[in-house]
Design a protein around this ligand. Sequence first.
Ligand SMILES: C[S@@+](CC[C@H](N)C(=O)[O-])C[C@H]1O[C@@H](n2cnc3c(N)ncnc32)[C@H](O)[C@@H]1O
Length: 188
Amino acid sequence: MSAPPELPDVVRRAFDGSRSKGFAAFCRNETGRLLAALAASRTGTLAEFGTGCGVGTAWLRSGIRPGGRILTAELDPELAGLAAEIFADDDQVDVLAADWSTLRDQGPFSLLFLDAREPKDGGPDAIADLVEPGGVVVLDDFTPCASWPPVFEGRVDVLRERWLTDERFTTVEVMVAPDASVLIATRR
Ligand SMILES: C[S@@+](CC[C@H](N)C(=O)[O-])C[C@H]1O[C@@H](n2cnc3c(N)ncnc32)[C@H](O)[C@@H]1O
């Protein structure tokens, strides 16, 4: 993938925090650049369920417009604390040490990066009401698949199938690298 090698400063700081904790479940740079580009197209409130150490948040922050806001929730208080330090002086980002569901009443969101297992597994039903019309949900960590229905490790990938067929969303699977794809679901 072509991309400048330099990372935004805020992303580098989030990587430093991740490294200090040995946390490696952050989004890859290809996904991060996609998050930044999508964030730049949004206004209002963006959300992330599953902050980790703040790498995805940092990519969103690198793209967000002036006046936009990012709310991100992380269940593990240690990880949330680390991410909160990165954005301590940033009035566009709030990191909550909390279950994702505490953000339910803060929506609807113009972009939702859905990156924690439980809300991800709930599929579109768990999320549809939290996204404004025209808003986008981003789900990463898929393995590209050209067949229909989508198959992963010899089984139909029911979650991916549900997102790609849910009538409340128009959804596309986008390859961000030869071995990685992302779903972008736009709320109708
Ligand atoms: C894949 S990591 C997130 C990576 C991060 N979004 C990034 O791009 O760097 C998933 C995170 O979700 C958190 N998590 C799991 N269940 C959660 C829940 N119910 N509410 C909030 N966060 C949760 C985990 O602790 C973990 O840090």
